[in-house]
Design a protein around this ligand. Structure first.
Ligand code: AMP
Ligand code: ZN
Length: 461
């Protein structure tokens, strides 16, 4: 019995998939115009925990994640520039190259956090036909209208437009009024298709029945989830910032097109904030990447461990101290497991009593802080070392902390870190001979440095 907090009902509900034994899970993916920051990654860790909990309960999970590589504008109300084009201008590359680079960096971060990849990755630019077809369906049913800059969804035709946000319609409209588009019939209406600006050629544009242009941001998630999870529209996730606009619009257009309920369960992760409660955001100067933590000697799984220590619906605070404590906590856990191994060579058994306690915690809307308390209770128990180890390694299928391997968390000495940072500076200055010399010095001291789209990383030889 799994209970999950559903944003639709604002209640914890018993989870029941549409098809017995199989769950469809759609998680809104990144807009690949920049690196993911720790806030974004907190949301992906929460979604990974959800998926692991479902699998641990014996369910098969069809997990779909999109990559937004076109159409997400800088203003949420369909105004402003395409974020991919912003990234392209910033770096002097094509929008396609920007998307490719940051998609690779994102996947690198997921792997470092031991996040299991989705069953299906799907890109907005690879599903233009599906998005156009969905807009055609909406047009045929009279839900759309055209303005000088695009095709819009008429939200006044949907009586349940606020079913997810629970906001009074007047308040939703007030929010939408911040950025005015005088041609919209209702402030909450949103773009399904935007026209390429007259006389200008966009890097990413396609022909459509309404004119050359590109899809609005929300339509991609509807088109791709309906395509890949047709009969398994069970759970849809994202961060809480998606509730009032992105997910509200996804529901409106999907239910209008199909005449059927879209997803049954909507789960949202709370923010990662910096001290003082300010949201970590790509547009603000408080943007911290996983690679930055790693380069200061932090094991990426220490960040994962910190996420596990805070319930996903509670705001989480980021500070170097919290990460340092998580690193210590993880190291302690690795040592605890190692002790059981050295004392006991024989195969242990998973203890059912503790497994039940663990299940009770994770099945209560992913109560991972409680599940971690169960882990410590196992260590303190009178079970044999072998049984403790077997039980906790079983739990690690959900925790994802690589307890079996016990990845080394020993901090990298400051002198080594300095060499690696100097090498990076030399690379950025394109001083290749110096960069090579520093790489050799690191090798002489027993460290290998690897470069990837996610940044450089040190490992012991
Ligand atoms: P984006 O790449 O901006 O589309 O965001 C990717 C995911 O990160 C979405 O699910 C957002 O809701 C989520 N997100 C953005 N900022 C934060 C934050 N500070 N804390 C947690 N999640 C966030
Ligand atoms: Zn989405």
């Amino acid at each position: 019995m799994i209970r999950l907090y559903n944003t639709l009902s604002r209640k914890k509900e018993l989870f029941k998939p549409l098809t017995k034994g199989t769950v469809g899970l759609y998680t809104c993916g990144p807009t690949v115009y920049n690196y993911a920051h720790l806030g974004n990654l907190r949301t992906y860790v929460f979604e990974d925990l959800l998926k692991r909990v479902l699998v641990y309960n014996g369910l098969k999970v069809k997990h779909v994640m999109n990559i937004t590589d076109v159409g997400h504008l800088t203003g949420d109300m369909d105004m402003g520039e395409d974020k991919l084009e912003v990234g392209a201008k910033r770096e002097g590359k094509s929008a396609w190259d920007i998307a490719k680079f940051y998609e690779a960096a994102f996947k690198h971060d997921l792997a470092a956090l031991n996040i299991i990849e989705p069953t299906t990755w799907c890109k907005a630019t690879a599903h233009i036909k599906e998005q156009i077809n969905l807009i055609k369906q909406l047009a045929a049913k009279g839900f759309t209208y055209e303005t000088s800059d695009g095709v819009y969804f008429n939200t006044s035709k949907i009586k349940t437009y606020n079913q997810l946000s629970h906001l009074p319609l007047a308040e939703l409209k007030e929010g939408a009024r911040v950025e005015k588009n005088k041609e919209k019939k209702n402030p909450t209406d949103f773009a399904l298709w935007k026209f390429s600006p007259a006389g200008a050629k966009r890097q990413m544009e396609w022909a459509s029945p309404w004119g050359k242009g590109f899809p609005g941001w929300h339509i991609e998630c509807s088109a791709m989830s309906l395509k890949y999870l047709k009969n398994n529209l069970d759970i849809h996730c994202g961060g809480i910032d998606h509730i009032n606009v992105h997910h509200t619009n996804e529901i409106a257009q999907s239910e209008a097109a199909t005449g059927q309920k879209f997803f049954n369960y909507w789960l949202h992760g709370a923010f990662l904030n910096i001290a003082g409660g300010k949201k970590m955001a790509k547009s603000a100067d408080n943007f911290l990447r996983l690679a930055t933590l790693v380069q200061s000697g932090v094991n990426p799984l220490a960040f994962r461990f910190a996420c596990l220590q805070t319930h996903y619906r509670k705001p989480m605070e980021y500070s170097p101290k919290i990460i340092a404590n998580a690193q210590k906590g993880l190291e302690h856990l690795y040592n605890q497991i190692k002790e059981q191994t050295t004392n006991n060579k024989q195969q242990g058994k998973i203890n059912i009593k503790y497994k039940e306690k663990f299940l009770k915690a994770i099945n209560d809307d992913l109560n991972l802080p409680q599940a971690l308390a169960v882990v410590q209770a196992v260590f303190k128990s009178t079970l044999s070392g072998a049984d403790k180890r077997a039980t906790i390694l079983d739990f690690d299928q959900v925790l994802g902390l690589q307890l079996r391997q016990g990845a080394p968390v020993a901090a990298i000495p400051a002198a080594i870190m300095k060499l690696a940072q100097d090498r990076q500076a030399a690379r950025e200055a394109k001083n290749w001979p110096l960069a090579d010399k520093l790489r050799q010095q690191l090798a002489n001291k027993g460290y290998l440095v690897a470069d990837s789209p996610g940044g450089w990383q040190l490992s012991k030889k």
